[in-house]
Design a binder for this molecule. Structure first.
Ligand code: GLN
Length: 185
């Protein structure tokens, strides 16, 4: 089983390390030809506008979207959640647009740009969540199950084979989200 980790920009290395420690085989996705032969996908945090632009320039957006629509399991964190969302608040055009949610970017304001909290994550239990200029889910459409909320805002959803989190489970040592993702594949 090979997991493709989008490695155009952002915090991809931490995902690779965590998945590697769990025995998974990761490949870095930097160009279209890297997409061949992968069984699952990780979309890391970073800057979604930059990642979206690069995906378009490198002609990777359409093949990735098609793979996800065909059922490829995806773990998306932070900017990755924004890439997956069908709708981005404020009129920004969606990127992959496969996840039935509306997200709001940089949603916690300047003072709360980054913070940590512990909250229950469905199927896993209490989890330390690190938010970095994070988005949240304003509306989850049919088919998107809410897995976690912080201060009444949705921060984790699952829609079938797509698992998307506003926080960064790859930071720190708790690998339960990545284990759950491997179980999904
Ligand atoms: N603020 C970033 C964006 O809008 C997301 C932040 C992150 O991935 N840590 O794309």
């Amino acid at each position: 089983m090979r997991i493709g980790v989008l490695a155009l920009q952002g915090a991809f290395l931490e995902h690779e390390q965590m998945l590697g420690q769990l025995g998974a085989d990761c490949v870095e996705l930097r160009q279209r030809s890297d997409l061949r032969g992968i069984d699952a996908l990780v979309l890391p945090g970073g800057e979604s506008t930059v990642q979206g632009k690069l995906l378009r320039e490198l002609d990777m957006l359409h093949p990735l979207r098609a793979s996800i629509q065909d059922g490829m399991p995806v773990l998306a964190t932070c900017a990755g959640l924004i890439l997956l969302a069908q709708e981005i608040s404020g009129g920004e055009a969606p990127h992959l647009g496969t996840l039935p949610v509306r997200v709001r970017r940089n949603a916690y304001g300047r003072q709360l740009g980054s913070f940590e909290t512990v909250a229950p994550l469905k199927g896993i239990g209490d989890f330390r969540m690190t938010f970095i200029r994070a988005p949240y889910v304003e509306a989850a459409g049919p088919g998107a199950e809410v897995l976690a909320e912080v201060d009444g805002r949705i921060v984790a959803v699952r829609a079938g084979h797509q698992l998307a989190l506003a926080f960064h489970p790859e930071m720190g040592t708790d690998d339960r989200v990545h284990r759950a993702f491997l179980d999904m594949i």
